[in-house]
Design a protein around this ligand. Structure first.
Ligand SMILES: *Cc1c(COP(=O)(O)O)cnc(C)c1O
Length: 395
């Protein structure tokens, strides 16, 4: 019999849409995939070369559980230089992707009776990782009018004596919005006052547009840094999703517990991927900027086009590679066609227009859809035309 714990989790809905789209593609159907959660760019050449060199040098054995010193040092240097965060090696854990870092955090911190505050729309894995550790996700809605930021008053209302932590994701998947400094500061103060841990998922840090800047919530003071676990990785910044390297930086006792847990589950992240990650962090960064600029161009194109679709409205996102248009008007128009939810709409668009995208409900936000622009302008154009046509046919 399957355990009660295993019964509580569902497979990642974003991966489910992605695999359904890939399946349709395999069958020869010309699917436009707006469901993807990874850069469409290839991993930069100098990073691949570092991995090839590692293989040739025989760097193919177990490494220390929490990552090689060389990589931890590169991470420490990055966090200090770019985020104003000072850490030592014992504050760092390298894991098999940021998702794995987050899972280690959940294992190290959460248990029965603990409540974890998660602002919605949320990244799909947060609630399930909390559930997997027998703790309770407490979802707090955020709103488009506030750029989907969790406001301090809304946070205060949800805090109970059982609240253990809050998860902040800026830039956000799925909304593409980022927190402003004032709001982050207010959240940090509330967290301090209530002895909460802050889990700050900063994986989209490098993908920020216009003149916006990334601010790590941990950077406000030493006290706040001591309550925060910063999560980051190379997947999104350096187009390295398949390499599985992510990391966490936080208080020594938390990192130590996470490392112990990792030592009993996966052991070290792949040795050759760690060498590639060193090259990614210490090598030239122009590749990151080239990708960012391309994403920005696509965002501008996509959002403009989405706003031309009757009944759809899309606020300009500030980061990541997702647009999160409001489709409430479309849903109320299509209710006579039994399209009542973002899921119904997504299924209709996949079947009718062969465009794959993720319903807002997967992220705890009904009335929205998530469109990834980690795909070429040509594909964006093709997909939008198909969506328009499919919607016109029934309205
Ligand atoms: C992609 C993603 C991650 C996980 O990335 P890894 O590939 O596991 O490093 C974590 N958080 C968010 C919000 C993401 O979109």
């Amino acid at each position: 019999m399957i355990s009660e714990r295993a019964k509580k989790v569902k497979p990642s809905p974003t991966l489910a849409v992605d695999s359904k789209a890939k399946e349709m593609k395999k069958k020869g159907l010309d699917v436009v995939n707006f469901g993807v959660g990874e850069p469409d760019f290839d991993t930069p050449e100098h990073i691949k070369e570092a991995a090839i060199k590692a293989i040739k040098d025989g760097f193919t054995k177990y490494t220390p559980v929490g990552g090689i010193d060389e990589l931890k040092e590169a991470i420490i240097e990055k966090l200090e230089k770019e985020n104003g965060l000072k850490y030592k090696k014992e504050n760092i854990l390298v894991s098999c992707g940021a998702k794995h870092s987050l899972y280690n955090i959940a294992q190290a911190l959460f248990g029965p009776g603990d409540e974890v505050i998660i602002p919605a729309p949320y990244w799909v894995s947060y609630p399930d990782q909390v559930l997997l550790n027998d703790a309770t996700p407490v979802i707090v809605d955020t709103y488009e009018k506030d750029d989907f930021m969790l406001l301090p008053e809304a946070l205060k209302e949800k805090i109970t004596p059982n609240t253990k932590a809050i998860i902040i994701n800026s830039p956000s998947n799925p909304t593409g919005f980022i927190y402003d400094e004032k709001t982050l500061q207010a959240i940090a103060e509330i967290a301090l006052k209530n002895n909460l841990y802050i889990i700050s998922d900063e994986i989209y840090e490098k993908l920020i547009y216009d003149n916006n800047k990334h601010i790590s919530i941990a950077s406000f003071s030493e006290e706040i840094r001591e309550r925060t676990i910063v999560v980051n990785g190379l997947s999104k910044s350096h187009a390295m999703t398949g390499w599985r390297i992510g990391y966490a930086a936080g208080p020594v006792e938390v990192i130590k517990a996470m490392t112990n847990i990792q030592s009993q589950s996966t052991s070290n992240p792949t040795s050759i991927a760690q060498k590639a990650a060193v090259a990614a962090l210490k090598g030239p960064q122009d590749c990151v900027e080239i990708m960012r600029k391309e994403f920005e161009k696509r965002r501008n194109y996509l959002v403009d086009e989405l706003n031309k679709i009757s009944g759809m409205s899309c606020k300009m996102p500030k980061g990541a590679f997702y647009a999160f248009p409001n489709v409430n008007k479309i849903l109320s128009k299509l209710s006579s066609y039994k399209i009542n939810s973002s899921m119904d709409l997504s299924i209709y668009l996949l079947e009718k227009a062969q465009v794959a995208l993720v319903p807002g409900s997967a992220f705890g936000a009904e009335g929205y859809i998530r469109i990834s622009y980690a795909t070429s302008i040509d594909n964006l154009k093709k997909g939008i035309e198909r969506i328009k046509k499919a919607l016109e046919e029934i309205s």
